[in-house]
Ligand binder design. Sequence first.
Ligand code: 5BU
Length: 465
Amino acid sequence: MNNLEDLVVKLFDIEAFKFGSFKLKSGIQSPIYIDLRVIISYPDILRSVAVHMNEILQRSNVTYDSICGVPYTALPIASIICVDYKKPMLIRRKETKNYGTKKLIEGKFNQNDRCLIIEDIVTSGSSVIETADSLRAEGIQVTDAIVFFDRQQNGDNNLKEKNIRLLRVLTITQVLECLVKNKRITQEVSNDVQEFIRQNQTELPALKNGIIEMKSSSIPIRQRFQTIREEKKTNLCLCADLTSLDEIIELSKQVGPNICMLKIHCDILNDFSMEKIQQLKNISRTFNFLLLEDRKFADIGNTVQLQYTKGLFQIATWADLVTVHVLPGEGIVQALEQSVQSIDEPRGCLLIAQMSSKGALTNNEDYVKGVIKCTEKYSDYVIGFISQSRLTTDNKFIHCTPGIHLNNTGDQLGQQYVTPRQAIDGRGADILIVGRAITDSINRIKTCEEYQQEGYNVYEQLRNI
Ligand code: 5BU
């Protein structure tokens, strides 16, 4: 079955294409339903699909080190191509395991390997993008994807936005033409489908499961936090005060599902690079957590603008959130907000109202009042506080509390700890900022899960009172 036209007709005959009126997952009524899953029951057709895909790959001169099929239909197709044309395969799990290594990508790969994604049908491109994000989070390059069938609903442009070139064997227009020519459907049916396609163009959707918010790039940070907390059931911010970004990257992949935020201090890293921080950012998108740079800006407006956007770190390009002291006056917030106006992703900050360390000079009533006033005035950019108590009844402001430990009361350098329960119940924390309690523990993943569970349980108990 080398002829593509024969293959299309065969696919119609085995009911991979159906015409009528079908309710799609989105609730929309569609005149066509395409389900390529049936091909696994027809070995000749399955192989033929793989062969045609490979022909396109040969013609397009794509270079790649491995192939990753998007589950499920594309998996057998990917397997055939990999075996027949001797390419290694990768598999992306739909969910991470709760036990063992928690790997999201199975198979052997090296950093900067180039992986080709294979999918059966593309509509919006969301599944391909979800797969690409996971691969990229592992340091694997994704530049091309191939689909057997393009529904022509703007998937190619959506993928282009993510720097992925879409290759395809067939478009819906070609399928319709072929089926009319072979008298499987009438011209009228074909016209109806074409009209439906024209009217149902897609944009990048936000994905579910708490993993990857593709539109996270446009959802305001405050709203993102609320969604993450509910979807992932976590109010835990892991504070990774490690001096190796490589180590933070590895850790973030392991605990990504458990946290709503990752806090770092970029100026303590021995191996900072824009490439690595971009990798961390991709991981934060994959696992859907916010990235907080605990920069504690505290200078005049002009200086903080430079510190935020320039230098080695270019913090504004990657940090969803930063921390800010209001010591120099509210101009600092105005200056920071101004410098992210040209960035096309939402940015926000947390004002430091009260510190956890012994004898902190911030913890005085007038100072805190000033911080609250400033928060209210710049409430678009300031999403909340770093605090040790609930400072306002306005729930739109998020209270983040550091100084958390389940079985320690402080360190030798002035840090003071409370338990997650004390922080949430007693002090009104929305987010627990936990550092060494997790990073110094013998099993970081397990400890992280414990803090996540404890934090979220207390939050739920209080919510249900
Ligand atoms: P720890 O390992 O959980 O003690 O780390 C706490 C983190 O929170 C650490 O990165 C501090 O820089 C940060 N922190 C804090 O501990 N207390 C504060 O008041 C503020 C930040 Br603001």
